[in-house]
Design a protein around this ligand. Structure first.
Ligand SMILES: [Zn+2]
Ligand SMILES: [Zn+2]
Length: 93
């Protein structure tokens, strides 16, 4: 079980639905940023090193995903402004 996360920015960037795992730390997904794709993606937490499924490049795991009221926006991979926020879109299993 986990939450569907969607990252969006005022520049028009939209990550689409990202499954973020919760509970089973070694089996779930983490939200990460791919520098090469300039995209927010979900990566499997049980692979090492973690790589982008799109370009196989290295990714930066986001240790803070801004969700909900009062969340502080993080850096957008497209426009590099601190205007990226995330929303929880429901659950998956
Ligand atoms: Zn990539
Ligand atoms: Zn942006």
């Amino acid at each position: 079980m986990g939450a569907i996360i969607r990252a969006q920015c005022s520049c028009g960037y939209d990550s689409g639905a990202l499954p973020e795992g919760v509970g089973f730390a070694r089996r779930g997904n983490l939200i990460a940023r791919c520098i090469q794709c300039r995209d927010i993606i979900a990566v499997r937490a049980d692979t090492s090193p973690m790589r982008c499924h799109q370009c196989q490049g290295p990714v930066v795991i986001l240790d803070r995903v801004p969700i909900g009221e009062g969340a502080v926006p993080i850096e957008c991979p497209r426009c590099s402004e601190m205007t990226l926020t995330c929303a929880a879109e429901g659950m998956w299993d």
